[in-house]
Write a protein that binds this ligand. Structure first.
Ligand code: GLP
Length: 241
């Protein structure tokens, strides 16, 4: 595992954007899986600027996102398909026919999970998996207790995740308590993994990753068994500040 401690949060975002741009330039038709949340927003701003400057094109890339709330789908406020559209896809030259999100409004969620896994397989698997980390060590929405070999499925969100994510919701609205997420096994099948995390709330989960915490308690720790993981973090997130 390659751990890179960047100067600060901005430097984490810059390093992540540079690596994503380099990967897309090296293989324009690659399959990319992207996270939601606050951490990636600065990365996406940089990718937009790089695309507008002609430094990178996403036109041939296949772009997936990790998860979606159950009950929400494309265009729904608060949903992750809407998040990635507003934060990135609406502002770059991505081919929307090659951009995918789980449909939290599907009538049969087991079938939807299988559909999403099938899409990932149809595009040759994920070449570059970009992950944030939840405060409780979740990746995607794989909460503590998620099986190592898990695939895309519906999960119940942990109470502390509900609290953390409610902060990003419009006042008076609360996020759904279930989500559909790609699984730890799906994540581990990616050929390369890039983790972005900064701030004091990520020190504990990153500590579990670097020092070998139990995957049962800290799902992010599963990444210790992946052959190509780079972690971009700031000094606070590794307790060095
Ligand atoms: C959510 C998302 C994760 C994300 C995590 C951390 O739970 N499902 O994919 O990594 O939040 O988000 P943030 O970057 O805002 O700390």
């Amino acid at each position: 595992m390659n751990r890179i401690v960047c100067r600060d949060a901005d430097a984490v975002a810059e390093a992540a954007a540079d690596r994503i741009v380099a990967a897309v330039r090296a293989d324009p038709g690659l399959s990319l899986c992207l996270p939601t949340g606050r951490t990636p927003l600065a990365v996406y701003r940089r990718l937009i600027a790089d695309c507008r400057a002609g430094k990178v094109s996403f036109a041939q890339a296949a772009i997936f996102i990790l998860d979606e709330y159950v009950g929400l789908g494309a265009g729904d406020p608060g949903g992750f398909a809407t998040y990635i559209a507003e934060a990135l896809l609406d502002h770059v030259d991505a081919d929307r026919g090659r951009c995918f999100a789980p449909d939290g409004k599907a009538g049969d969620m087991a079938a939807e999970a299988a559909r999403y896994e099938g899409l990932i397989a149809a595009y040759g698997g994920i070449d570059l998996m970009v992950l944030g980390v939840g405060r409780n060590g979740h990746i995607g929405f794989n909460e503590p207790g998620s099986p190592r070999g898990s695939r895309t499925r519906v999960i119940a969100l942990a109470p502390d995740t509900l609290v953390a994510n409610a902060a990003d919701w419009p006042a008076g609205r609360t996020p759904p308590d279930r989500a559909i997420t790609i699984g730890l096994g799906t994540i581990m099948d990616a050929r390369r993994i890039l983790v972005i995390a900064h701030g004091a709330t990520k020190a504990e989960p990153l500590g579990a990753l670097f020092r070998g915490g139990l995957v049962e308690d800290w799902p992010v720790a599963v990444l210790r068994d992946h052959p190509d993981v780079t972690v971009l973090c700031d000094p606070v997130a590794v307790g060095e500040a």
